[in-house]
Design a protein around this ligand. Sequence first.
Ligand SMILES: Nc1nc2c(c(=O)[nH]1)N[C@H]1C(S)=C(S)[C@@H](COP(=O)(O)OP(=O)(O)OC[C@H]3O[C@@H](n4cnc5c(=O)[nH]c(N)nc54)[C@H](O)[C@@H]3O)O[C@H]1N2
Ligand SMILES: Nc1nc2c(c(=O)[nH]1)N[C@H]1C(S)=C(S)[C@@H](COP(=O)(O)OP(=O)(O)OC[C@H]3O[C@@H](n4cnc5c(=O)[nH]c(N)nc54)[C@H](O)[C@@H]3O)O[C@H]1N2
Ligand code: SF4
Ligand SMILES: [Mo]
Length: 748
Amino acid sequence: MSTIERIGYHACPLCEATCGLEVRSRGREVVGIRGDEADVFSKGFLCPKAYALKELDADPDRLRAPLVRRDGSLQPATWEEAFAEVERRLMPILSEHGRSAVAVYLGNPSAHNVALGIYGQVLLRALGTKNLYSASTVDQMPKQVSAGLMFGTSLSIPVPDLDRTHYLLMLGANPFVSNGSLMTAPDVPGRLKAIRRRGGKVVVIDPKRTRTAREADEHHFIRPGTDAYFLLGMVHTLFREGLVRLDGLAEHTAGVEEMEGLCRPFAPETVAARCGVAAEVIRRLARELAHAESGVVYARIGTCTQEFGTLASWLVDVINVLTGHLDRPGGAMFTKAAAGGQNTRGTPGRGKGVRFARRLSRVRQLPEVYGEFPVACLAEEIETPGDGQIRALIAIAGNPVLSAPGGARLARALDQLDFMVSLDIYLNETSRHADVVFPGLSPLEQSHYDVALRQLAVRNVATYSPPLFDPPATQQPEWHTLLRLAAIVSGQGSDADPAALDDFVTFQRVEHEVSSPGSRIAGRDAADIMTALVPRRGPERILDLMLRTGPYGDAFGAQPGGLTLAALEANPHGIDFGALAPRIPEALRTPSGKIELAPEALAADVERLRRGLSREAPALALIGRRDLRSNNSWMHNLEVLVKGRPRCTVQIHPEDAARFGLGDGALARVSSRAGSIEVPVEVSDELMPGVVSIPHGWGHDVPDTRMRIAAAHAGANCNLLADEVSLDPLSGNSVLNGIPVSIEPVRN
Ligand SMILES: Nc1nc2c(c(=O)[nH]1)N[C@H]1C(S)=C(S)[C@@H](COP(=O)(O)OP(=O)(O)OC[C@H]3O[C@@H](n4cnc5c(=O)[nH]c(N)nc54)[C@H](O)[C@@H]3O)O[C@H]1N2
Ligand SMILES: Nc1nc2c(c(=O)[nH]1)N[C@H]1C(S)=C(S)[C@@H](COP(=O)(O)OP(=O)(O)OC[C@H]3O[C@@H](n4cnc5c(=O)[nH]c(N)nc54)[C@H](O)[C@@H]3O)O[C@H]1N2
Ligand code: SF4
Ligand SMILES: [Mo]
């Protein structure tokens, strides 16, 4: 064993903050992880989860060989056997029932893993299924819908210019714990504290007095699911008090008058009772924001996973526009990403925009959004017989049995499938249902570039991390696995050569690029470009293509000194392209070439909001929460993170605890229309009275998994309380916050 210590740099792939890590190793063993002080963006920051990468890397439960179901149980198999089994089982389903009989589910890590991101799309194209599902419809889809309609592409989501703002109004987010989302910034806590240090103000709206709320200047409780009312009350105030000030945005904005009409029924006095925030507070916050030297409204998952998720997401940016804070330093700004940004491609300032509902789901007739159906439809599409029924599933880096509503039903449905494939690093609550499981790699054995998250960063930054370790000889990188699956579903068989396939898909991509009118290499020779990419292969080759044709790229010689992957390799701590700069109108891709303030679909949904005005709040409403030492459902097999007091508890206000006869530490049964779970009680005056909180991602007490530590810290699955029926109609996003529940002591 080598005694020489090696130092390598790698971006943390766990959450959206993208911290740079310094990893010390001896041979194949990680001996230490700390923040990379020289990282241009994270400057040494990390959170406790980063240390757990060492344990994740070494976790003996992590899968290291394919598994194939034989005689009812999953058994280790060779790669050839596993691909052959996929071909043998999947091809008859495709030929007998068509492409859409095979569904795909994409989980959250596919947004953090460049191989899965790029080659997952290759598989999808080869498969040609209409049945695509993902974690997006239990997360941020509402924001993608509202941003697409207003600004023209699915990731044209303005982010708060955290480092320069003087006023931040934050709803439904707890970045002291989550480290931020749809707002990529390492050390959000530090950046929030800096706002206050420079004399600015932070206001938090949340049904819980969270860690973030405690660190803010002001916090107000809000009834779960009512943010759209609160925000419309602010819009109303802006118009009523003459605070609307578009300045330079005026000539680029359509729909201001419509917006004025739409907010009329929602005076602060009218919405106050519904949302639980006093009219005077709503009015004052509107004035403060309008008068702030620079300011921004930012909202995240609490405002998305609710029945008015798309409306709330939209109104956030409506306020940013009406107060003149959009596209201004210190306001809500558009990142200009080095790679992959749709709003850096094509004709600047105008585009095709977005279209939804091009088809409807078979059983419930729910509209498609960005090519996917709500994950809440997955179980019924598997269960319901008839033409178009889903008969097979490919699950990639996802655990919908725990992360989606109605997990028990979904688990039963998965067992009814004729065939299921999982790509995962664990045998867990979802992959245990598969017939073939392909293992992923340790994050440290993979290269890393955040294609998606860098499009939402609060600075324009690019960082590439090469793999720190070679994968074991017995393992294949995930892009190989995805290419070989693509070959199988396109009829080339299970023994197709990944290298040849990779040449083919890369060449297709290059051809598409040189024939795209707006491309920086439009009209160039595709073969020349391929030659310029030699000797790279796989994700690196495509990433190099994306970077070089991106806004900072060298455009293959046309812009000498421009960005290339080689330049990133030479700068392991990242390259900083500076603070966000104004991008309106250039960033717009709407057909009108304007910011659409009142898109028809959103305006039409305001009527639903009006009808709900007089609705009473449920006696008890369930919300979710995150924990600094947890990451959705899959970091629970690491002792460093799960040791200590149980994390999966129901938090409840002392008055409610007394009312329902619940003591701290007692076991409670929480029930909803959909189901019932038992969890220990944690009495906490941080909760709004009438609101209880349970984190998601727990419930590891099912058989036939291989996560020994997680099983010993099982917790309960709160998504058994969420149902498949409640969703935001515009985005298909599930309602996971504000679920009416009852609670009672469990008596032994
Ligand atoms: N009630 C409630 N439910 C929620 C939420 C909530 O706030 N409340 N949040 C929602 C949100 S925001 C999200 S993003 C979803 C997440 O939903 P999912 O993506 O379905 O679930 P995860 O728990 O992220 O599961 C990730 C899976 O990927 C595997 N994995 C990790 N790394 C890799 C890799 O490199 N390769 C491969 N192949 N696999 C890998 C893990 O083992 C795990 O099985 O959950 C949602 N569910
Ligand atoms: N440690 C850790 N970090 C993570 C994750 C993790 O699991 N653990 N998951 C990652 C993922 S996938 C994501 S998407 C992000 C999410 O990042 P965030 O959006 O910051 O997510 P949360 O920390 O769950 O904060 C959501 C807040 O919304 C509040 N809330 C609930 N309902 C409502 C409501 O109706 N209105 C308002 N105004 N507030 C409400 C909750 O009380 C909670 O404080 O975090 C990422 N980072
Ligand atoms: S904040 Fe996120 S990216 Fe940074 S170290 Fe923690 S988990 Fe990793
Ligand atoms: Mo998420």
